[in-house]
Design a protein around this ligand. Sequence first.
Ligand code: G3H
Ligand code: ZN
Length: 294
Amino acid sequence: MKTLREYVTDAVVKKIAIGHFNISNIEGFWATVRAARELGSLAGRDIPVIIGVSEGERSFIGVSQVKALVESYVRETGQSVFLNADHTYSFDKVREAVDAGYDAVIYDGTEQSFEDNVTITKKCVEYAKKKNKNILVEGELGFIGKSSKILSSIPAGVKISEEFLTKPEFAKKFVTETGVDLLAPAVGNIHGMLAGGKDPALNIQRIREISDAVKIPLVLHGGSGNSAEDFRMAIDAGVVIIHVNTELRVAFRNALRRTLGDNLDEIAPYKIMRPSVSAMQEVVTEKLKIFNKI
Ligand code: G3H
Ligand code: ZN
C-alpha cells in the first residue's frame, strides 16, 4: 500500500483531493470506509480516505483503540485508509498520537501568537520526524472556529473578510520556519455549518496566493456547508485534503432520531445504528465524488 505522502503527491498531480472524515464511533468508521470501497469499485480505482479524530473524538474512542481499528481493517482488506490526529492543542498530545503510530498529526496553534505557533509546531515536526519518517505533520495558521456544530452565525473570533484571512507572506514564513508537510490556512472557511446548510464562499484567490507562496499541499478545514463548485475551485487552487465533520454528525443524529421515533421497541444497538451508518455513508460518498472528480 502506498503511504499517505505518496497519495498526497498523486493528488497534487491529478488535481484531486483526499477526503478526511471525522469519526466519533465505529459507525462513522464503517460509513467512511464503505463509501470509499464502494465508490472505488464503481470507479475502478483506489479511493484513499483519511479517518480524522480530534482530541475529543479520540479520547472517546480511545487513542490506541482507533489506531488498532484502522490498522486491523487495512491489514484485512488492503484498502487505503489512513489515520490523522486532528486538531491537537499541545505537544504532549501530538507526541501521544505519534507514539501510537498515527499516519498524520495536526498541531493546532491557531489561538497562539504567531511566534508560539511556530515554536510548538516546529517542536512537533522535529519529534514526529524523528519517530516516523513517513508521518505527515500539518500546521495551522488562521483561526476558523473550533466546533463541528450547527451555527447561528459565524463563530466568535472568526472574521472572513479579506484582511483577516491567512496572509501568503506569513504562511511562507510559517512553513519555512516549522518544516510542516501540510498547511491549513484560513481562507473564508469555518468550522461548523450555518443553520441553513450553506456556508460563505471560499476565497479562491487567497488559496491560490498561499499555495504559490508556500509550495506545499494545502488542507481545507471546515468542509461542511461548502458548495461543490467551491470545492472544485479550491482543489484547482492548491487544496489537496478536505475535512468534513458537521454534515456527518447531522446525518448521524437525524437518522438516529428517525430510527428511535419509528421503532420505540427496538433495543439492539446494531439495528438502531444501521440507518445512521447509511446516512453518513451517503454524505461521504457525495463528498468523495466531488473531491475525486468522479
Ligand atoms: O477538522 C475537522 C473539520 O475541519 C471539519 O469541519 O465540521 O465544518 O466539516 P466541519
Ligand atoms: Zn478542522
